[in-house]
Design a protein around this ligand. Structure first.
Ligand SMILES: *Cc1c(COP(=O)(O)O)cnc(C)c1O
Length: 360
């Protein structure tokens, strides 16, 4: 049976070879007589999984020695709290670039701990030009979201910030989809359920000199330094999430690495944007074309009553989970690493034929 193409924003598609590996190893991991879920997390076998994952992340992203790679449970939003708890240090203020739902959520959470300076407040359709950003030199860090998943806007380049202020990026929805110059960042974090595995785990890449700044009141399990000092084993980690991220890293390497992931993401998203732009009487795209996301393509039907029809007919054609985020409606097609080029091609062709069939 052919599986449908799944455009879910997250949890999202996994590559079929990864699913097949999970199936093959599920009841008996490499002859050990038990699954990964039943392995002691201090065993040699799990130690090998953990170290291989870190080594692959370091190779794929060319992570410099100056940065630690941490695996934190709690999913993406846990980082909204962990970032200020750990990086404020003796400072009291942090700068947030608010470009949509996820950076806004992060700024709101930081207000529990810090004086938050909002350097830009967008509405989800545009990103700030450099001269629009108001960045104080004395902030503990500058925080932004590299790809706003709900709206479908993506920074082509990270924002430029004063050199002594660490730059922090939420890359949850475009992590491992293109090369990144890690040395420019104080901290990068990403929940794994978009491009790199399943929900419940975040990868945190942090400059080592920023570890150990947390005040003594910060709970042990929310302190990055505890993860660094224990080799990512402060307690029983989310073993299955770590295993699946390891399989994703192995798959990305086998496919050719981040340049290949990037080229594919451009090819997939360009096909879909071209189809939308070819049918302006049917579809409305609000995102500034310069900042259109390679990961999440968002659009609306000019006749809103056709939105449900679009989602239903797409589903019948084997293109599933295309409804937009519940807060904004419309349509959203998420095109992460696991989405085959043919999936995007079928969606582009569906967009064109739908417009012809429903033309007024
Ligand atoms: C999905 C997502 C999150 C939240 O992740 P959870 O694991 O659901 O907490 C945060 N930021 C971005 C950019 C996301 O895409």
């Amino acid at each position: 049976m052919k599986r449908p193409y799944n455009f879910s924003a997250g949890p999202s598609m996994l590559p079929e070879p990864v699913l097949e590996r999970i199936r093959a190893e599920l009841t008996d991991y490499r002859g050990l007589g038990c699954s990964v879920m039943e392995l002691n997390h201090r065993s040699d076998a799990f130690d090998a999984i953990l170290h291989a994952l870190e080594a692959r992340i370091r190779r794929l992203l060319k992570v410099p020695e100056s940065h630690a790679v941490l695996f934190c449970p709690g999913g993406g939003r846990m980082q909204f709290s962990m970032v200020p708890m750990n990086l404020l240090g003796a400072g009291v203020s942090a700068t947030y670039v608010v470009t949509g739902t996820w950076s806004k959520g992060a700024a709101n959470e930081a207000m529990r701990f810090a004086r938050v300076h909002v350097a830009y407040h967008g509405n989800g359709t545009k990103l700030p030009e450099e001269e629009m950003l108001d960045l104080p030199e004395d902030a503990s860090y500058v925080y932004y979201c590299d790809n706003e998943t709900v709206h479908g806007i993506e920074f082509p380049e990270p924002p430029r910030v004063p050199s002594r202020v660490p730059l922090v990026s939420d890359m949850s929805s475009n992590f491992m989809s293109r090369p990144v110059d890690v040395s420019r960042f104080g901290l990068i974090w990403a929940g794994t359920q978009k491009n790199f595995g399943i929900a419940g785990l975040s990868v945190v890449i942090v400059r080592k000199d920023l570890l150990g700044l947390a005040s003594p009141e910060v709970p042990t399990m929310l302190n990055y330094d505890v993860y660094a000092r224990t080799g990512n084993l402060p307690n029983t980690p989310p073993v299955f999430q770590i295993y699946v991220a390891g399989l994703m890293a192995e798959w990305i390497e086998a496919e050719g690495g981040l340049d290949v992931m990037n080229a594919r993401s451009i090819e997939r998203s360009s096909m879909v944007y071209e189809a939308l732009d070819a049918c302006p009487a049917m579809y409305l795209t609000k995102v500034d074309p310069k900042t259109r996301s390679r990961m999440n393509v968002t659009f609306r039907l000019r006749d809103e009553s056709l939105t449900d029809v679009f989602v239903r007919e797409a589903e019948e054609a084997g293109l599933i989970n295309l409804a937009g985020h519940r807060t904004v409606g419309g349509i959203r097609a998420s095109l992460y690493n696991a989405m085959p080029i043919e999936g995007a091609a079928e969606l582009a062709s569906f967009i064109r034929t739908f417009a012809l069939r429903h033309a007024v």
